[in-house]
Ligand binder design. Structure first.
Ligand SMILES: Nc1ncnc2c1ncn2[C@@H]1O[C@H](COP(=O)(O)OP(=O)(O)OP(=O)(O)O)[C@@H](O)[C@H]1O
Ligand SMILES: [Mg+2]
Length: 367
């Protein structure tokens, strides 16, 4: 087994730098461009890692406007952080992982923001046994991602930053502006940690949670904001869902993925329920549940699993209806009713075998 195989064997989702170790190695080898201080790759090589480069056998990982990637990379080379905002499931987390892997070679210096996030989880805490035995010392210090990123000169990811209490968010202020973190418990040179070249922060926030408008103006000023939009083009979204769900199904041991015409119906349904516009141009009910591309990928995966593990064949439109309710009708009973109306009224009369099968399968909707 190669080193990469050993690291990925049985792991559900290895980090990007492990999943794409070969691609990163090839990019590094061919990379002749100038690198910002502390970066593992030049800006152009980092960009190719994310948008793809067929000549070097580098896959396209993020689908969308390539100029967004350029702006994001330039922001990371400045002394301001990068804030990725957008609707849920638009690949903000994926993009931040890819950017960190490209710029620093590591995407795992990650803080997961939430209502219970504390400063300890961002900066540092103590190994209590050592603290009691020998007092505060560098040995007793437990370094959290922000401190490590500063000391090692790497990119730190802060997921869902707006879900943290405001005073915790503000603990980023001095690391981002003065590029230093004080550890008042320590004496000597260890009491001040200065950020090394290559350190920066990528934060993500989604527009459905508590918003970025509550963030303090002081902190907002220290970030460059970029909005990540849902995939606009149908064919692009379909190709992504096919490729991503196919890869997930192969990992699950499924050898017969759902047919393309089934996925076409699936992606169309997601887009229509997301936007409240049918492909024919009719206005219809939007769901309040999130119907993003990420959800479409995971439902396509479930459809394939259902067909294969229940019957030993590719998933069908009927499997799709059975999997849909768990995603599309989460918190509001209204959504289930809207979904039923969609299957009864909008889908009726569409041409194509899979649309007919979808209409016929509406009775599989639970409830
Ligand atoms: N533009 C895109 N390019 C590539 N993959 C995408 C894109 N949009 C959605 N996806 C799919 O969505 C998945 C990523 O979702 P991710 O968790 O990164 O979204 P998110 O924006 O962070 O969502 P949330 O706001 O809920 O945290 C990817 O693994 C991929 O399957
Ligand atoms: Mg996310």
């Amino acid at each position: 087994m190669s080193v990469v195989e050993e690291l990925t064997d049985g792991v559900q989702r290895p980090p990007a730098e492990v999943r794409f170790a070969d691609e990163l190695a090839r990019l590094r080898e061919a990379d002749t461009g100038p690198r910002p201080p502390g970066w593992a790759l030049s800006l152009t090589a980092a960009r190719r890692f994310i948008v793809g480069d067929p000549e070097l056998g580098v896959s396209r990982k993020f689908v969308g406007d390539p100029s967004l990637i350029d702006r994001a990379l330039v922001a990371l080379a400045t002394s301001r952080g990068l804030m990725l905002v957008g609707e849920p499931g638009t690949a903000k987390s994926l993009l931040s992982e890819l950017l960190a892997a490209a710029v620093s070679g590591v995407s795992t210096l990650t803080i997961q923001g939430g209502a219970a996030t504390t400063e300890d989880q961002i900066k540092y805490s103590w190994n209590y046994a050592l603290l009691v035995a020998e007092g505060p010392s560098e040995r007793a210090l437990v370094r959290a991602p922000l401190l490590r990123g500063m000391a090692e000169g790497r990119v730190v990811r802060f997921e869902e930053i707006t879900r943290c209490p405001l005073e915790v968010q503000d603990s980023l202020l001095s690391p981002l502006s003065d590029r230093v973190m004080a550890i008042p418990e320590l004496t000597g040179p260890g009491a001040m940690v200065f950020a090394r070249d290559g350190f920066n922060v990528i934060a993500t926030a989604n527009t459905r949670d508590r918003g970025v408008n509550e963030m303090s103006a002081a902190l907002k000023r220290r970030f460059n904001f970029e909005t990540v939009f849902p995939i606009a083009d149908f064919a692009t979204e379909l190709a992504l869902v096919e490729a991503e769900a196919g890869a997930l199904l192969r990992r699950s041991g499924v050898t017969a993925a759902p047919r393309l015409d089934v996925l076409e119906v699936l992606v169309t349904t997601f887009r229509e329920l997301r936007t409240g516009q049918s492909a024919r141009g009719d206005t219809m009910d939007r769901l309040s549940s999130v119907m993003s591309t990420a959800e479409a990928v995971s439902v396509a995966h479930a459809v394939g699993l259902r067909g294969w593990f229940l019957r030993g064949e590719p998933g069908t439109a009927e499997d799709f209806v059975a999997c849909l309710a768990g995603t599309a009708a989460k918190d509001s009973p209204e959504d289930l009713a809207k979904l039923r109306r969609y299957l009864e009224q909008q889908v009726l009369g569409r041409s194509g075998a899979q649309w007919k099968a979808l209409h016929a399968a509406r009775r599989h909707l639970p409830g």
